[in-house]
Write a protein that binds this ligand. Structure first.
Ligand code: NAD
Length: 259
């Protein structure tokens, strides 16, 4: 149980972040949500999952803006008295060959998928050190371990966040704060549904066939990883059993990187 702990999950109004936020609240942790879109629906879902009087907050920081990230971490500490579990999850995707890659998309992906984690970590760490507990979980990707064509910015950012994970894990190795990365394969969230839709449109095939092809290309289990599975791993990483698990990049990918 994570009673009396407080978590901040970036990009938690949808997909993987929402699943992780629900699981943390179900363990009794207060959760501060972040992200765009249907905020009220996300708050209601996490509140429904909450046990033991866990509270749900929200901060609308744009994860491409360092000053807003800093303000969000401070707001979490002020509102709940702590920030014990930081899940850096917000992320976006853009698919294009490198010579056609829009410069503005490159900058946005590096800012949101990589630099945001640096800013949240640097502001959150002093409080974790002072309180003597911390879990930093970076949602990277199999694309932090291997590449795919047409995803230069995403692959660069995800490889970068694994490097950041290892570095901060070393800097905190003698403290009660652990830092690890989770590397999902395909998860059927809005981020991936866009890629399914593009494949269906390009190939003139059904949505189901596009999903089947997407999985067959990379994910040997032929099953999507689920937000619930990633949430289960997150809860484990927050537990005492994971106290000496440091600087790891754990793939949950149906065998993708085993090939
Ligand atoms: P999603 O599109 O469902 O959710 C993304 C979340 O990030 C949303 O809450 C969105 O509002 C938020 N967000 C986007 N830009 C933001 C910004 N500038 N400021 C604040 N919030 C912002 O996507 P998802 O698939 O759940 O992705 C979550 C994370 O998991 C990402 O880092 C992604 O790279 C990673 N990931 C996803 C998959 C997959 O197959 N879906 C695989 C590996 C890794």
């Amino acid at each position: 149980m994570l009673n009396a702990k407080t978590a901040l999950v970036t990009g938690s109004t949808s997909g993987i972040g929402l699943g992780i936020a629900q699981a943390l609240a179900a363990q009794g942790a207060n959760v501060m949500l972040n992200g765009f879109g249907d905020v009220e629906a996300a708050k209601a879902e996490v509140a429904k999952a909450a046990t033991g009087g866990a509270k749900v907050g929200y901060h609308g920081a744009d994860m491409s803006k360092p000053a807003e990230i800093e303000a969000m971490v401070k707001a979490c500490e002020e509102q709940f008295g702590a920030l014990d579990i930081l899940v850096n999850n917000a992320g976006i995707q853009h698919v294009a060959p490198v010579e056609e890659f829009p410069v503005e998309r490159w900058d946005a992906i590096i800012a949101i998928n990589l630099s945001s984690a640096f800013h949240a970590i640097r502001v959150a760490l002093p409080g974790m050190k002072a309180r003597g507990y911390g879990r930093i979980i970076n949602v990277a990707s199999v694309h932090g371990l291997v590449a795919s064509a047409q995803k230069s910015a995403y692959v660069a950012a995800k490889h970068g966040i694994i490097g950041l994970t290892k570095t901060v894990a070393l800097e905190t190795a003698t403290t009660p704060i652990t830092v690890n990365a989770i590397c999902p394969g395909w998860v059927l969230t809005p981020l991936v549904q866009k890629q399914v839709d593009a494949r269906a449109a390009q190939g003139g095939i059904s949505n189901e066939e596009a999903k089947r092809q997407l999985l067959a290309e990379k994910q040997p289990s032929l099953q999507f990883t689920t937000p619930e599975e990633l949430a289960g791993l997150t809860i484990f990483l927050c537990s005492p059993a994971a106290s000496n698990l440091r600087g790891a990049a754990i793939n949950v990918d149906g065998g993708w990187v085993a090939q």
